[in-house]
Design a protein around this ligand. Sequence first.
Ligand SMILES: Cc1cc2nc3c(=O)[nH]c(=O)nc-3n(C[C@H](O)[C@H](O)[C@H](O)COP(=O)(O)OP(=O)(O)OC[C@H]3O[C@@H](n4cnc5c(N)ncnc54)[C@H](O)[C@@H]3O)c2cc1C
Length: 497
Amino acid sequence: MPTPSHTHDLHPSDERTTAAADVTETDVVVIGGGPVGENVAARAVRGGLSAVIVETELLGGECSYWACMPSKALIRPTQALAAARRLPGAREAVTGSVDAAAVLARRDSFTSGWDDGGQVEWAVGADITVVRGHGRLAGEKRVEVTAPDGSTTTIAARRAVVVATGSTPSLPPVDGLGSTPHWGSREATSAARVPGSLLVLGAGVVGCELAQAFARLGSRVTLVASSTLLSKNEARAGELVADAVREDGVDVRLHAKAASVGRQGEDGPVTLVLADGTELTADELLVATGRRPAVGDVGLDSVGLPTDAALAVDTTGAATGLDQGPEPWLYGAGDVTGDAPLTHMGKYVARAVGDVIAARAKGERVHDGAWGAHATTAQQRAVTQVTFTDPEVTSVGLTAAAAGEAGLRTRVVDLDIAVAGSALHADGYTGWARMVVDEDRRVVVGVTFVGPDTAELLHSATVAVVGEVPLERLWHAVPSYPTISEVWLRLLEAYGL
Ligand SMILES: Cc1cc2nc3c(=O)[nH]c(=O)nc-3n(C[C@H](O)[C@H](O)[C@H](O)COP(=O)(O)OP(=O)(O)OC[C@H]3O[C@@H](n4cnc5c(N)ncnc54)[C@H](O)[C@@H]3O)c2cc1C
């Protein structure tokens, strides 16, 4: 029972949407209008098909209103300030502290005040029909829509139904959590105020980003991690982020297991008790312990698929686990599939799904081999991710451990980022890089960079991994002087070139 805290009303735009009752048939029905659903529909239309998006809340989904955009809007001003403070000459010009109210106001502008009119306008302009309501699969190629007024209509899909319903927060088994009002990521990213003190439970990407953001906005933050920080990344990344957030005043508790939680009244302080008996008390509790695919109420059971597991898909996004015949009609994309829950990866799959539906509808050849136009090969080999902490943690492809598990014979090169470009970038620049090389093919299969402003470096690594560029050729990609990219030269030299 999270606190009903995001005090901002939602404004689903009524203009230019279509009543469910007015749509009986279309080529493609997309259930869920997050970034992924929008992209599936746009590509299908581009391929000559008609498409309807059924959206129950705001067109644009979690990413636009409660995730990527507002969280990064909260983070960016404090990072700019920290960057200025690392530079003598600029530092002296910083005479005040962060203006939290101005940061929250700018955040509001990035969520368009939780009004999706702009996105509806884009969709309609792209010839996509937007229907308000809750969509549920009702057997093969049929979607039942419950409109906001409670009426139900069934839309028949001539070609395909795409489930793009995203994910919902998952709560850990902590005594009292279910009955204790608290923040989830939605309440944190849409917060109307900065709490005096904040407990953050969970130290994955969302927990780390928001812990640091709120610390820099003025909260006294305690970050409770069940293991280490960012435990899905290379271990060194979590260590560097832990060092940095501690410098921001965050009290980091590693290997801490939350046992119970309680709150004094609706708005009083919240106390989290750890398994070792330690009591932590703060004005607010943010639970950021992961998300699970939103499959519960989508009607997957109507075609014999489970409603308690991610929607499994093949490399073209077609659902597996049911007999689809020669032309698949049921697809999944985005967080609902449980694969790489990231907007850009979901949109990449969405483009393939929209295109493959159109190709199959036209009887065109499907290119589903590795790196083919309709295959989502990067989902398996080249997932990219940026954790927008300061330092940023950026990665593509396999960690050293994952490469080992995949049976690759690898060589790992590690070094601190200490080049002319990083020294100029900031005094005391602290960064780290890891390159994982497949020794049999002599290509890079994974890269991690940790350091301020390494996010913009990531695409160079992505091109190297996706292009399977031989190390001997990568040697000829000469980094400009003096840039942080010189780390590439150091990595290749350390490898032995
Ligand atoms: C705090 C936070 C920060 C994040 N930051 C980043 C980031 O910086 N970069 C990044 O790449 N990723 C980030 N992510 C992840 C990103 O938000 C998700 O991967 C992305 O939103 C997934 O897109 P989606 O379209 O699959 O799902 P969603 O964005 O969740 O959209 C699903 C849509 O489906 C609708 N829906 C659900 N069920 C139904 C139904 N039955 N009928 C009709 N409509 C339905 C929902 O209302 C919603 O609009 C972040 C996540 C969080 C929580």
